[in-house]
Design a protein around this ligand. Structure first.
Ligand code: NAD
Length: 295
């Protein structure tokens, strides 16, 4: 048996990630507020605890996978009170850079090591242990966490100091949000010009328009059989999560004074889509909104 890990936040992502740690031979002590998550965790061999603090008892490493920065700061604030000196704190949630840096500072003040390690790859990657981790923190903390992250993912990229993982995640997802909007506009324009979906796909997926939004998550049914468009846009990556990440990018742009006109426009698009009640659809479903607006 390898060392003991405390895992807090056993939802859609955290649940399967913690299960993969168990499969890799770690002893995992878990905690979540939600009953459904608690039940699934027990079924996956995680030792369930009644509080986060109880889960941290005897753990060398603590992982959090929570909805937003406020949750991470409040949970870390509680956990570092009971974590022993030298414990490695890893946050895998997607949160704002400022909260990430504050959580690093909390850990440091308590004599703990820390990394921010948000992920890309979604629930499929979480289940298959193929996630990409974007990691921020001191080199010794990253080295200590690497074997644990490698048990849950395929790639671990050390992006820089505290908060750099979150910075990389936010920038990457702003690219994704913008490119998907552009790809959806291009497919609707192609339709109006009498171009078949397959013809546009065959050209764009092998030309300078090539990107993940076309080649993997193509927003029209047909060309990429595994894309959400083939199953009525069941996610995949839900529009609500895309909007969350776009808002994080816009908050970061505002606080750094960076002009992100395209990021702002794409954010507005996902906001409108959410207001129309489609936030549970894959984000590529915005093609339907663009098509309706173009009718
Ligand atoms: P989720 O809502 O399914 O899981 C979050 C869990 O945290 C819930 O089970 C909730 O009960 C628990 N929780 C909240 N507050 C808590 C507390 N104080 N103590 C203990 N447990 C608490 O969300 P998710 O889809 O697993 O996403 C988690 C994080 O991963 C988010 O930051 C999200 O942006 C990020 N993310 C999600 C995806 C995805 O495809 N779902 C992909 C990449 C990144």
């Amino acid at each position: 048996m390898r060392e003991t890990i405390a895992f807090i936040g056993l939802g859609n992502m955290g649940g399967p990630m913690a299960a993969n740690l168990v499969k890799a031979g770690f002893s995992v002590q878990g905690f979540d507020l939600a009953e459904a998550a608690r039940q699934a965790a027990t079924d996956n061999g995680i030792a369930l605890c009644n509080t986060g603090a109880e889960a941290v008892e005897g753990a060398a490493i603590v992982i959090t996978m929570l909805p937003a920065g406020s949750h991470v700061l409040s949970v870390w604030g509680e956990l570092i009170e009971v974590a022993r000196q030298g414990t490695l704190m890893i946050d895998c949630s997607t949160i704002d850079v400022e909260s990430a840096r504050k959580s690093h500072a909390l850990a440091k003040a308590a004599g703990c090591l820390s990394v921010d390690a948000p992920v890309s790859g979604g629930t499929t990657g979480a289940s298959a242990a193929t996630l990409t981790f974007m990691v921020g923190g001191e080199t010794d903390a990253v080295s200590l966490g690497r074997p644990v992250l490698e048990a849950m993912g395929r790639r671990v990229v050390h992006c820089g100091s505290a908060g750099a993982g979150q910075a990389a995640k936010i920038c990457n997802n702003m690219i994704l949000g913008i490119t998907m909007a552009g790809v959806c506009e291009a497919f609707v324009l192609g339709e109006k010009l009498g171009l078949s979906h397959q013809a546009l796909f065959d050209v764009a997926s092998t030309s300078s328009g090539q990107c993940w939004a076309i080649s993997t998550n193509c927003p029209v049914p047909g060309p990429v059989p595994t894309s959400p468009a083939n199953r009525d846009y069941r996610p995949g990556f839900a529009a609500a999560l895309m909007l969350k990440d776009m808002r994080l990018s816009q908050d970061a742009a505002k606080s750094t004074g960076v002009e992100t006109a395209l990021g702002a426009q794409a954010t507005e698009l996902y906001e409108l889509f959410q207001e129309l009640g489609h936030s549970d659809k894959d984000f590529s479903a915005i093609i339907n909104y663009i098509r309706e607006k173009s009718a």
